[in-house]
Ligand binder design. Structure first.
Ligand code: HSE
Length: 312
C-alpha cells in the first residue's frame, strides 16, 4: 500500500483572449507541487506550505489544495489520517492558474494515494471545488487544462462538457509575469455583466477561429483569433504598460498576445522557439520601461498535465 506521493501540476493560460471562462491551455513550467501522506493522526491536516509568503490558509476548507482532498475523503469514506504539503512554485495572483495547479495536484495525488481510480473527468469537480475558494466563482478554464493537459474547451458547465483540442507541434508560448498581484476575485467584480451583441459576434467568431486554427495547424489563424473586446479593455488598465508590452510582442513576431487569466501575466503565441525567446526579451524590455520587474517563461504547450514526482 502507498504511504506518500508527490505530484507536480502545471501553470495554465485561461481565457485565451476570446474564450473567457471557456478555454485554456497548460504550459510546461512553472507549476506547483503537492505531497500527500498517510499519518497516524486523525483527519486531514495541512503540514507545510512553502513559496506563498505566508498568504495561504492552513484551514482545510479555505485552502485550494485542502478542499478537494477533504471532499474526496468524505465521498469515499477515507478514515486514515492524511497530511498535505503544498509547495507553491509560482506567485499567487499571477494569472497563471496558481490556485488551479495546487487544487489539481492535490486531487490527482489523492486519487492515486487513496486508490480511487477515478477518471480525469470524475476528478474535475473536486479540483473545481479548490479553484472556487480562490476565485469566488465556478470556472474550469485553468483547472481543466491543468488536469487534462493541452488546449481545452469547456463547451458547457451545466452539464460539464469538456473538449480536448489538438495542439500544433510548433506552437510556443511566451509568458511575462510582471511582479505585481491581481486578485482574481476582485478583478472579476469589475467586469461587465451584459455584453453588446456586436462584442458577442466578435467573440464567437474568434472562438470558432481559434478552434479551427488548432484543427488546421494554422498558427496565423490562431493568432488572428487572439482578440478580446470585452474583458481586455477592463483588465488591461490594471497592468502598467500592458499595451506597450503587447505591441513589443507583436513587433518581435508573436502570432497573438493577450492577458493570461485575470493577469498580470501576459501570454504570447509564436511559431518557433527562436521567435518565442525573442518575444520574451522584447516584452521584458517593455515591462522594464513601464517600471515593472518581471519573469519570463518560454514553453511548448503541455500535453501531459500533472506528473507523479515520486511514490513511496
Ligand atoms: N476565467 C477566469 C477569469 C480565470 O478570467 O477570471 C482566472 O482564474
Amino acid at each position: 500500500m502507498l504511504k506518500e506521493i508527490r505530484v507536480f501540476a502545471p501553470a495554465s493560460v485561461s481565457n485565451i483572449a476570446c474564450g473567457f471562462d471557456a478555454m485554456g491551455f497548460a504550459i510546461d513550467n512553472p507549476g506547483d507541487e503537492v505531497v500527500l501522506r498517510f499519518t497516524d493522526n486523525v483527519g486531514l491536516t495541512i503540514k507545510t506550505i512553502t513559496g506563498d509568503n505566508n498568504q495561504l490558509s492552513y484551514n482545510i476548507s479555505e485552502n485550494t489544495a485542502g478542499a478537494p482532498v477533504a471532499a474526496l475523503m468524505k465521498d469515499f469514506n477515507i478514515q486514515q489520517g492524511v497530511e498535505i504539503e503544498i509547495h507553491k512554485k509560482m506567485a499567487l495572483g499571477s494569472g497563471l492558474g496558481s490556485s488551479a495547479a495546487s487544487a489539481v495536484a492535490a486531487a490527482y495525488a489523492a486519487n492515486i494515494l487513496f486508490e480511487l481510480n477515478l477518471s480525469l473527468l470524475e476528478l474535475l469537480p473536486y479540483a473545481i471545488k479548490g479553484e472556487e475558494i480562490a476565485s469566488g466563482a465556478v470556472h474550469a478554464d485553468n483547472v481543466a487544462p491543468c488536469l487534462f493537459g493541452g488546449f481545452i474547451l469547456i463547451r458547457s458547465y451545466s452539464p460539464i462538457d469538456i473538449v480536448e483540442l489538438p495542439v500544433p507541434d510548433n506552437l510556443y508560448c511566451t509568458i511575462i509575469h510582471p511582479n505585481i498581484i491581481i486578485n482574481t476575485k476582485e478583478s472579476r467584480k469589475l467586469l461587465p455583466v451584459d455584453v453588446p451583441l456586436r462584442s458577442a459576434i466578435t467573440h464567437w467568431g474568434n472562438t470558432a477561429g481559434l478552434v479551427a486554427g488548432l484543427y488546421k495547424n494554422d498558427i496565423s489563424l490562431i493568432g488572428r483569433s487572439i482578440e478580446d473586446v470585452i474583458v481586455e479593455p477592463v483588465r488591461g488598465m490594471l497592468i502598467p504598460g500592458y499595451y506597450d508590452i503587447k505591441d513589443a510582442a507583436y513587433e518581435a513576431g508573436a502570432a497573438g498576445c493577450n492577458i493570461s487569466g485575470s493577469g498580470p501575466s501576459i501570454f504570447a503565441l509564436s511559431n518557433s522557439l527562436m521567435v518565442a525567446n525573442n518575444v520574451g526579451a522584447r516584452m521584458k524590455d517593455a515591462a522594464n520601461r513601464a517600471g515593472l520587474s518581471s519573469n519570463i517563461y518560454v514553453s511548448t504547450i503541455n500535453k501531459v498535465g500533472p506528473k507523479v514526482l515520486y511514490k513511496l
